[in-house]
Design a protein around this ligand. Structure first.
Ligand SMILES: CC(C)(COP(=O)(O)OP(=O)(O)OC[C@H]1O[C@@H](n2cnc3c(N)ncnc32)[C@H](O)[C@@H]1OP(=O)(O)O)[C@@H](O)C(=O)NCCC(=O)NCCS
Length: 319
């Protein structure tokens, strides 16, 4: 994640630039040291750090389920002023629209360095974190996003207009098929860099748009696997999709992958790409690919390919 805009903090030692970000590996250690004093007992600081490592292996912590955030000094990033953690939680929500399961977070281990307390740092940390939680975030809750996507796909297929001889098909965008390519990237990346990618996509819940990506180390690209939600509806959704594509570019550059590739972009996604081209000087190229970039599929009685229309020709269906 990019660090948020820095701001000047007038501490006891004079003004300094501070910024909010998810903690890096080195910062995590400093954050744990800060938290060990108020929360470590009965463990020693070293044991508390060891427990953090251990908890990081638990099921709930997988796929960014347990994350550490911090306010740090810009010119000395391992100096941490305040830190906290988020743990993924599912909520059951009931309002006038009915009951539903919705992903959320618990905030824990909020701590400010004792030398800098009562100066608004914990408040600033939690404000910045709330902006992150409410805005685009990592698309970590794959099960419920994929469930929503499958339900949307089925609903769209029900309404699809088809000619009398036509058959329309789509590969159902299930969690299993999306995460298959994540497993493949994790294996290859661990071999090359010694560590699997931590991020598999981004979500803007308030705009009902998300996307998943695949680190394609062979073709040296980040492929957008699937764009979920509905970006055809409003300008807000197109702008949110543009932000998610910027995040994809950032993820690609993190792994030295020079491009982001999208198959068969919808009109809404093309508008998002226009926003990137015009507003952010991102080079956008569109090309028609005949006989390539299409998965080979077979299903029972699929003998009349000329009357068959493959819908959702997005990268997730490829393997
Ligand atoms: C609690 C803690 C994180 C606050 O950090 P901070 O940077 O000093 O907090 P802020 O300056 O942003 O103040 C945030 C609010 O908490 C209040 N507050 C801060 N420290 C307080 C204290 N010791 N007693 C009572 N209120 C306190 C402030 O008045 C402020 O409230 P306001 O917005 O209504 O004025 C810090 O004291 C700390 O690290 N404590 C030890 C760890 C801990 O107990 N964490 C909380 C449980 S997870």
């Amino acid at each position: 994640m990019l660090e948020s805009t820095s701001k000047t903090f007038n501490g006891p030692d004079g003004p300094m630039r501070i910024a909010f970000s998810e903690a890096t590996v080195e910062q995590r250690v400093q954050c744990a040291k800060l938290a060990a004093a108020p929360f470590g007992s009965p463990l020693s600081e070293a044991e508390y750090l060891e427990r953090d490592e251990f908890l990081g292996q638990q099921l709930l912590a997988h796929n960014n389920g347990w994350r550490c955030w911090c306010l740090f000094r810009v010119d000395s990033p391992n100096q941490i002023f305040a830190t906290c953690k988020t743990l993924r939680r599912d909520f059951v929500v009931r309002d006038a629209n009915g009951a539903r399961k919705q992903p959320g977070f618990c905030l824990s281990s909020v701590v400010t360095d004792s030398r800098y307390r009562r100066q608004g740092l914990a408040s600033l940390l939690l404000t910045r974190l709330a902006e992150w939680l409410d805005g685009p975030g990592n698309a970590t809750d794959m099960s419920s996003l994929c469930e929503r996507d499958v339900a949307n796909t089925m609903a769209k297929f029900e309404k699809l207009e088809v000619g009398s001889n036509e058959t329309h098909i789509a590969v159902v965008p299930t969690e299993e098929i999306i995460s298959w390519l994540h497993g493949r990237a994790a294996f290859t990346c661990a071999k090359i860099y010694g560590q699997a990618p931590q991020s598999h996509g981004r979500l803007c819940e308030s705009a009902d748009v998300w996307l998943y990506w695949f680190h394609d180390f062979r073709k040296r690209q980040l492929a957008v696997q699937r764009v979920g939600g509905n970006i055809e509806k409003s300008g807000l959704q197109k702008r949110a999709a543009a932000k998610l594509l910027l995040d994809a570019l950032e993820e690609a550059s993190r792994f030295n992958l020079p491009k982001v590739v999208v198959w068969d972009p919808s009109h809404g996604l093309e508008s998002a790409m226009d926003i990137l081209e015009q507003g952010f000087s991102v080079e956008v190229k569109t090309e028609e690919r005949i006989g390539r970039s299409i998965p080979s599929v077979r299903w029972k009685c699929s003998n009349e390919p000329e009357d068959t229309v493959l819908q959702l020709n997005e990268f997730y269906a490829w393997s």
